[in-house]
Design a protein around this ligand. Structure first.
Ligand code: GLN
Length: 535
């Protein structure tokens, strides 16, 4: 029988529930268990694709083209669980299913209600991965206990555990123990109250993971256990990690979190195999140097907006045994006049993906600076389109070259919409999405980095390199080093005689893992290190 672990959060959001869930999955896998993870998001968007990064951080893309919450990125980086669009369930999707069924008459004239119809729909999703191939399903609930919008989920979780057998389910509640600087104390009351909310609904959490800045005393743990009605040995502490989020599974393992779950669920035990992970953490905590890389973007204030990009850069640092200092630079503040000053001292420049016009000209200036000064450049999606525009304007002399996303009437639309995108009215789920093949050109930087001829990379964009300009740009030295063999679309551009200048139409950051850095990120950081050595 498949067992279930539910992860809820209390007191405040942004406690790192996704990281904790991902770390638990990591630990259970290290014990030889077959795990699945899913995230329930209580908002009405059908998926995360229509949300802007300011509100909800990066939109993570699964191989099958799902536009999902960024927590799925953590799941993929920390575990080997297969993740698809089905692993992110939103209230929008639940209601869409219920309403579709209602329109079909599937409820046979019944009055359709939150309980039982919506809760039944949620329960059907909770058990979607159950079967002989899956030992444990982790279900994380977005938001915080007490939110009006998560009520139906908590009720569904409660009902599910009742029906599936309470012993076959574990409720983990992640909560905050705030530290009051003025009085120099950690406070447990918010945790007591948050657990109180769950108990009112009929959920008695089995385990508490307490987020805290300072270590809790045993006395404090005992008090939390007593007041929250949780066994003492199941009150865990999750202090802010010192160096890297990848320390978290080890922090939890040391406290016996995996043992506790395995024991509580009656799962077969195997000793944890964490060798690879320990090695990784050792590398992160003992870097042999550092390198400065600039990320020139639109949402640089918000770390979550380019989450996977920053993580992939960190992985590349691990692969090169160095610490990468990322300088986040606002594209809209860059001009041709100040670009030298803004990017002084950086050893590599990265322009990530993006939508909308703000900061575009600044990004073009940054790319020009990288090209002319032979600074390693790495462009992701929009960053590749920008590189193409810069090359067209400043190397090929195509004045006004642009993407039709930003200049409908550009005389040289080097980036444009494909025909099948022109008449699209619905914005949700209609971009070029998910994993697609890319054939690499012999002798290119990309071909060498990947060490393979055919690769699969994930996409999320509407606009494309305009094939009408392929010949003209190639003749001037733009190397088309990756092509989608089925659609004949340009996927990678490089520049000849440059230490590292690579723009990719896809999002390689989604496939990078801490234990296996993405080859292009790895080589970009390697090239940046080389530049540093020569500076
Ligand atoms: N806005 C561009 C497009 O839609 C780039 C998208 C991206 O960077 N993800 O094609």
């Amino acid at each position: 029988m498949t067992k279930h672990i539910f992860v809820t959060g209390g007191v405040v959001s942004s406690l790192g529930k996704g990281l904790t869930t991902a770390s638990i999955a990591n630990l259970l896998e290290s014990r030889g268990l077959r795990v699945r993870i899913q995230k329930f998001d209580p908002y009405l968007n059908v998926d995360a694709g229509t949300m802007n990064p300011f509100q909800h951080g990066e939109v993570y893309v699964t191989a099958d083209g799902g536009e999902t919450d960024l927590d799925l990125g953590h799941y993929e980086r920390f575990s080997n669980c297969p993740l698809t669009r089905a692993c992110n369930v939103t209230t929008g999707r639940i209601y869409q299913n219920v309403i579709t069924k209602e329109r079909r008459g599937a409820y046979l004239g019944g009055c359709v209600q939150v309980v039982p119809h919506v809760t039944n729909e949620i329960k059907a999703h909770i058990r979607q991965f159950d079967g002989p191939e899956v030992d444990v399903v982790l279900s994380e609930l977005g938001g915080t206990a007490g939110d009006i919008e998560s009520a139906a989920y908590l009720e569904a979780f409660r009902q599910f555990a009742y029906e599936h057998g309470r012993d076959n389910c574990v409720f983990v509640h992640l909560t905050l123990i705030p530290y009051l600087r003025a009085s120099g104390e950690l406070k447990t009351k918010p945790t007591q109250q948050s657990v109180g909310i769950l108990r009112q609904i009929g959920i008695q959490p089995d385990m508490l993971v307490c987020r805290t800045e300072k270590s809790m005393t045993q006395e404090m743990r005992d008090k939390i256990a007593l007041f929250c009605n949780v066994e003492k040995k199941y009150v865990f502490e999750e202090k802010d990690v010192e160096h890297s989020i990848y320390e978290l599974p080890l922090v939890l393992h040391e406290q016996g979190v995996d043992d506790a779950m395995i024991h509580r669920l009656g799962l077969p035990t195997k000793p944890a195999n964490l060798d690879e992970w320990q090695k990784l953490v050792h590398t992160v905590t003992n870097p042999k140097g550092s390198v400065e890389i600039a990320v020139v973007g639109k949402y640089i204030e918000l770390k979550d907006a380019y989450k996977s990009v920053y993580e992939a850069i960190a992985h590349a640092g691990i692969a090169n045994n160095v610490d990468v200092n990322v300088q986040r630079i606002a594209a809209e503040e860059i001009t041709d006049d100040n670009v030298g000053a803004k990017l002084r001292g950086v050893c590599g420049i990265l322009v990530p993906g993006g939508f909308g016009e703000r900061g575009i000209e600044g990004k073009i200036s940054a790319v020009r600076f990288a090209r002319e000064n032979r600074v390693p450049y790495y462009g992701l999606c929009l960053g590749m389109q920008i590189a193409t525009i810069e090359f067209a304007r400043n190397v090929c002399g195509l004045k006004g070259a642009h993407s039709t996303e930003f200049a409908k009437d550009s005389p040289h639309p080097v980036i444009t919409l494909l025909k099948d995108q022109v008449n699209i009215k619905d914005m949700g789920g209609t971009m070029r999405l998910g994993a697609q093949p890319c054939k690499l050109t012999e002798g290119s930087i990309a071909r060498k980095a990947y060490g393979a001829e055919l690769v699969q990379e994930r996409h999320r964009h509407r606009y494309e390199f305009n094939n009408a300009y392929r010949k003209q740009l190639s003749e001037k030295g733009l190397v088309i080093s990756g092509i989608n063999p089925e659609l004949d679309l340009v996927e990678i551009v490089e520049i000849k005689d440059h230490p590292f200048f690579v723009g990719v139409q896809f999002h390689p950051e989604f496939q990078s893992k801490p234990t296996k850095a993405h080859p292009l990120f790895r080589e970009f950081v390697a090239a940046s290190l080389k530049r540093k050595a020569s500076m």
